[in-house]
Design a protein around this ligand. Structure first.
Ligand code: MG
Length: 354
C-alpha cells in the first residue's frame, strides 16, 4: 500500500467573514492511496477552530508516509485510521479515511454512497446560504435563490439585534411564501436571553423555522436543552460538535438536529457512526462542508446520500471558490445535487496528481 500527497490552495471568490475570522483561501493536501489494486483520493482542508492547523495536518500526513514509531508499515492508511494515530488531526484522518473508502468503492465497482448504504439517495436537496444583510438585500438574495430552484434557505443571524433578525426572517417569509424551508444560523452569537427573545417572536409571528442553528456558545449544552424545552422551534447544534464529544451532545438532549462536517469529525466513517447514534436518539443529521475543494465536497455528498431522511444538506459551497482542483461532477441544479454514478467518488484520482 502506498500513499501520495499533494499540497493545494484555492482562493475564495470573495473573502468570507465568519465568527472565527475571515477566510480568504482554502489550503490543504490531497491524499492518494492504493488499496485493493485501485487508487482512492481524499482531501484534508483544515479549518482552524474546527480542525487542526494546516501545519499539524501536514505533519500528521507526512508522518504516515514515513511510517511511525509503533512500527506500522510506512504508508499503511488503513492502520492509520484504525489505530488512532490521527486522533488529534481530524482533517488528516478525513483525507485518509475518504481515500480508503474511495478505493474500496472503486474496487467494488460502485459509487461511494452505494458502498456505504444499500439504498442511497441518487440526488439530494441542498440549502442556499444567505449572509447577514439588511432586510431588502436579504429578500433579494432569497428571491434569487428560490428562482434558481432552492426550496431551503439558511439565513445567517446573530450579527444584529434579535429583533432585527426577526424582521429579516419575516420579510423573507413574506417574499418566498410558506413552502420554502427557512433555517437560521446564529453561529453561537447569542445568550439565553437573546435566543429566547428571538424564538418568542419567531413563534408568535408563525415564521415556521425548519430549525435554529447554534444560538448559544458551543459548550452550553444545558442552555440549548432549555431552549428546546421552552420552544417549539427545533434546535440544531454545529459548533458544539467541535467542542464537546458528540455523544455528550446527544446525551444532553440539546439538539433536534446535528450539523455534521465530515472534515471536522474526522471522515465519512465518523459521520456515519454519529448519524447511527443520532438516529437511535431521534435526532436528525444534516451534512455540511467546511468550504472544501471538490474531493471533500464529493465525499460529503456521498456520505449524505448514504443517510436516511430527506432534509436539505449544506453542501452548496462550490460557488464560494474562485477555482477548484478539477471539474465538479456534481454541480447544484435546481437546488439539488446529483450523486455521481461512476465508481468511488466519481472523480479521476490520477488526474488530480498529474
Ligand atoms: Mg453553522
Amino acid at each position: 500500500m502506498t500513499m501520495r500527497l499533494r499540497e493545494f490552495a484555492v482562493d475564495l471568490e470573495t473573502p468570507l467573514s465568519t465568527a472565527k475570522g475571515d477566510i480568504e483561501r482554502r489550503e490543504g493536501l490531497l491524499v492518494a492511496v492504493d488499496v485493493a489494486g485501485e487508487t482512492g483520493v481524499g482531501e484534508a482542508t483544515p479549518l482552524p477552530g474546527w480542525t487542526e492547523s494546516l501545519e499539524d495536518c501536514r505533519d500528521a500526513l507526512a508522518g504516515l508516509t514515513e511510517g511511525d514509531a509503533e512500527g506500522a508499515a510506512a504508508g499503511d492508511p488503513k492502520s492509520a485510521i484504525e489505530d488512532g494515530a490521527l486522533a488529534d488531526a481530524p482533517a488528516a484522518r478525513h483525507a485518509v479515511s475518504l481515500a480508503v473508502a474511495d478505493a474500496r468503492a472503486r474496487a467494488a465497482g460502485r459509487p461511494l454512497a452505494a458502498s456505504l448504504a444499500t439504498d442511497p439517495h441518487t440526488s439530494l436537496p441542498v440549502n442556499a446560504t444567505l449572509g447577514d444583510d439588511d432586510p431588502e438585500a436579504t429578500v433579494e438574495a432569497a428571491e434569487t435563490a428560490v428562482e434558481s430552484g432552492y426550496d431551503c434557505l439558511k439565513l445567517k443571524v446573530g450579527a444584529r439585534d434579535p429583533t432585527d433578525d426577526v424582521a429579516r426572517l419575516r420579510a423573507v417569509r413574506e417574499a418566498v411564501g410558506p413552502d420554502v424551508a427557512l433555517r437560521a444560523d446564529a453561529n453561537a452569537a447569542w445568550d439565553r436571553w437573546a435566543a429566547d427573545r428571538f424564538l418568542d417572536s419567531v413563534e408568535e409571528l408563525g415564521l415556521d423555522l425548519d430549525y435554529l442553528e447554534q444560538p448559544l456558545p458551543a459548550d452550553e449544552l444545558d442552555g440549548h436543552a432549555v431552549l428546546r424545552r421552552l420552544h417549539d422551534t427545533p434546535i440544531a447544534l454545529d459548533e458544539s460538535l467541535s467542542t464537546v464529544a458528540p455523544e455528550r451532545a446527544l446525551a444532553s438532549n440539546a439538539a433536534d438536529v446535528l450539523v455534521c462536517k465530515p472534515m471536522a469529525l474526522g471522515g465519512p466513517d465518523r459521520v456515519r457512526d454519529l448519524a447511527a447514534r443520532a438516529r437511535d436518539a431521534g435526532v436528525a443529521v444534516v451534512v455540511t462542508t467546511t468550504i472544501d475543494a471538490v474531493v471533500a465536497r464529493l465525499g460529503a455528498l456521498h456520505v449524505a446520500a448514504s443517510l436516511p431522511g430527506d432534509r436539505a444538506h449544506g453542501l452548496a459551497t462550490a460557488s464560494l471558490l474562485d477555482a477548484d482542483l478539477a471539474a465538479d461532477p456534481a454541480p447544484v441544479r435546481e437546488g439539488r445535487m446529483r450523486v455521481p454514478e461512476s465508481p468511488g467518488l466519481g472523480i479521476d484520482a490520477d488526474a488530480l496528481f498529474r
